[in-house]
Design a protein. Sequence first.
Length: 358
Amino acid sequence: MDLSLFKVSIPSMGIMGAVFAGGLAIASSKLAVEVDPRIEEIEEALPGANCGACGEPGCSSFAEAVVNGNAEINGCPVGGSEVADEIAEIMGVESGDSVRKIARLLCKGGKEETFNRSEYRGIESCKAANIAGSGNKSCVYGCLGFGDCEEVCSFDAIKMNENGLPEVNDDKCTGCRNCVEECPKDLFILVEEDQEVFIHCSSQSEGKDVKEVCKTGCIGCGICAQKCPVDAITVEDNLADIDYEECINCGACVEACPMGTIDTIETEAEETDEEFEAKDQGAATDNTEKEENEANEVEDDCSIYITDACVGCGVCVDECPVDAISGENGEVHNIDSEVCIECENCVGACPTEAIETE
Ligand code: SF4
């Protein structure tokens, strides 16, 4: 073997390696991108959940976005005000107020309040059931109850209860939006935690159709809007909506709603972790069911009556959300006092002012 080859090639390789290493070192120092040390500091201050609730793919991107001015310093809902304060200190600014948001369900119609219009034998998933003809539930707007939201919740904040509806544990909910994105019926929204009154329905069906498919859906009667002392409620597409800029959380609408569709969030938020877990095991023994049933009761009689001034035009029949008025064309109409919910829609609609209240 000719050893002279090694004598030449090894030193040459060494020299070439040294030249390339030197070149890379120079290029590295010349082309180096400065990394703002605050990004790392902020990342360390964040909870590291990588949940995406801030709107960024993860904590690292959020930290970068804050430093680059593309995200608010109080944009991490999981960390809340404590983390916002830390980030503010790193950034040398005021933290401002960080309002925590929690998930709320736009449905209250579980197994007891609704029924199945057909038998579903497909995959046990809300998404799959929704593809198969919008699911088999009587109300096409309602929760399908297979618990895709529970599955996707990274914080164990959602449990399906015995009534087939998801319940949110306010203490555990971080407002990460996983349930919002997952629900095929778009039934979750995020609300600020100080909002205490909420309308648990998304149905846009007419009142009489709602009553046929759900015991607790919004029938768009507008009683809540009438009773609201600050005009914070409007009814559009047969569905009541609360303007939280105006709402004073007085609860007048909760009392007034004949369907029990409106709840106070405060009541739900008082539920302890233990009760929440107990519900998951089917062991809840509180009075919730009794209270709900009481709230759902529709009054048996009403204080509204039709006088002889009625010309039988039928305008009131069309206005009544619960089909409580009937009568022949041209003849004095009648109100079924057991069905009437006293929304007074007919009173305002009657062109001859023939409908009065006691
Ligand atoms: S809220 Fe939506 S995802 Fe959750 S169980 Fe109901 S339909 Fe399924």
